[in-house]
Design a protein around this ligand. Sequence first.
Ligand code: SAM
Length: 214
Amino acid sequence: MEQKDDQKMGKKDSKHFLTIADTIFSPIYPVIAEQIVTNTGIHSGTALDVGTGPGHLATALALASDCTVHALDCSPDMIEICQTRVSEKGLTKRVIPALGDVSEIPYGDNTFDLIISRGSWFFWEDLSKSLTEIYRVLRPGGKTYIGGGFGTAALKEQIVAAMKEKDSDFETGMKERMTSRSPDIITSTVEKIGVTNYSLINDDSGIWLMMVRE
Ligand code: SAM
């Protein structure tokens, strides 16, 4: 089921997220992009960033690799912001923003060598359908790096402290979101959709699902 219009991030929330991603969160994106390239071993090809928001991880991956990155989000306001950022960075040939929902990814089967996503799956209504869609658009041999986290323990500590100054409920909200994507829930969902070649990273970098398309 697609995210309903009133659940999508509107202009105000999108601009607020952009400010945070440009400031407090900004050091995490190059770190996570390097971790993606190192852990997947994928340096080139066609990538997809699901729930890209303003596109910080998509642009960081484009800079850390030779990949062309399609940057997908279900919020038209986020995509508009992402388009502006990508143009300002001179990356229009490497990062391609696109409007669409993870439950109905607007690309054909076997399209991507790498599918990444950070901080978005907590909002996906149907994890099983979303992962099935992601697997469908992966090429044979393609890999995913999907999850949430801040890259390192030090960055997490720094960001949680800064966010708590803005919003005293930030840490509680973050922990609540994490319980909806626990290792048990992720593992049972992946097994339910019949994917056998996968692994889970659950360490100081965050929690990340690496599926490999057979
Ligand atoms: N990945 C970005 C980052 O780490 O900076 C943005 C993370 S933001 C917390 C979550 C993003 O996921 C939002 O931009 C939201 O619109 C998007 N999102 C939520 N549900 C989605 C869905 N069903 N399909 C596509 N995007 C979705």
